[in-house]
Design a protein around this ligand. Structure first.
Ligand SMILES: NC(=O)c1ccc[n+]([C@@H]2O[C@H](COP(=O)([O-])OP(=O)(O)OC[C@H]3O[C@@H](n4cnc5c(N)ncnc54)[C@H](O)[C@@H]3O)[C@@H](O)[C@H]2O)c1
Length: 250
């Protein structure tokens, strides 16, 4: 199994993409620490994993919480091999429709949180020769209407990935980012609510927006995350793997 004896920490683990990532790593033999601010959903997921799972509920916007989640993971499993920064939120609005608190919330979860977690994890990743996989977006590369805060956060995450990859390239730690277009998860329900559309109608709109004719499945994101975290990607760092059915090829 590809991740036998490896220890993985996943943020946003209780979300749509997080579930697929956690289950995929566990199926490959990994032990997985589950980080999410949604304690109940995290508890349900961790039960499913038995001894392979460990719950470290917390808030990635708090540096102390990030330090504690990493420390608990290492205390429990003895080391850390892979950090996946998947916690994310979205706000629909242009500059006038995004107040300072909404701006800060999106930036603090999506960008600050990934930085605080990476910073806390780095000493352990240096020790294990591990890697980080960030969850970006097609909006890491292109702008999207009414998503000014989200695009800023995901664009920032792409550059953070590249900068950190260079800083640690000769220290045996790889840092990469996957950049999916719209994925069929509860985040789509959040977008539908914010746009005032029925969720099923919103899903049809998103399916039609992708050249291949459908949104990305959470499992397809997980497959790319596992590849980048694996030894098969041993010489890949600072790379973005775009999973977008051709959206950014236009
Ligand atoms: N769904 C999409 O269309 C889409 C597209 C591209 C990228 N992404 C990215 O994929 C990642 C996963 O998104 P998803 O679609 O699974 O969404 P989701 O809403 O299902 O999951 C996000 C998870 O993050 C958790 N979270 C939010 N704030 C947190 C915090 N402060 N601390 C800890 N956990 C927190 C939530 O509780 C939730 O479980 C996000 O980074 C998102 O931006 C999503």
């Amino acid at each position: 199994m590809m991740f036998q004896d490896k220890v993985i920490l996943v943020t946003g683990a209780a979300g749509g993409v997080g579930h697929a990532i956690v289950r995929s790593f566990a199926a490959e033999g990994a032990r997985v620490a589950i980080c999410d601010r949604n304690h109940d959903a995290g508890t349900t997921l961790v039960k499913e994993l038995g001894d392979q799972g460990f719950l470290v509920s917390g808030d990635v916007t708090e540096p102390d919480s990030c330090n504690a989640m990493v420390a608990k993971t290492v205390d429990h499993f003895g080391k850390l091999d892979v950090l996946v920064n998947g916690a994310g939120v979205i706000h629909v609005g242009d500059a006038q429709g995004t107040n300072p608190a909404q701006w800060r919330h999106v930036l603090s979860v999506n960008l600050d949180g990934a930085f605080y977690m990476s910073r806390a994890a780095m000493p352990h990743l240096l020790a294990s020769g591990g890697s980080i996989v960030n969850i970006g977006s097609d909006f890491s590369f292109v702008g999207g209407e009414q998503l000014v805060a989200y695009c800023a956060s995901k664009g920032g995450m792409l550059m953070m990935t590249k900068a950190m990859a260079l800083d640690h390239a000769n220290q045996g730690v790889r840092i990469n980012i996957v950049c999916p277009t719209v994925i069929d998860t509860p985040m789509v329900d959040s977008l539908a609510r914010q746009l005032g559309n029925p969720a099923e109608e919103q899903r049809k709109i998103y399916d039609a927006s992708v050249p291949t004719g459908r949104m990305i499945a959470p499992q397809e994101v997980a497959d790319s995350v596992l590849f980048l975290a694996s030894d098969k990607a041993g010489h890949i760092t600072g790379t973005s793997l775009v999973i977008d059915g051709g959206v950014t090829a236009r």
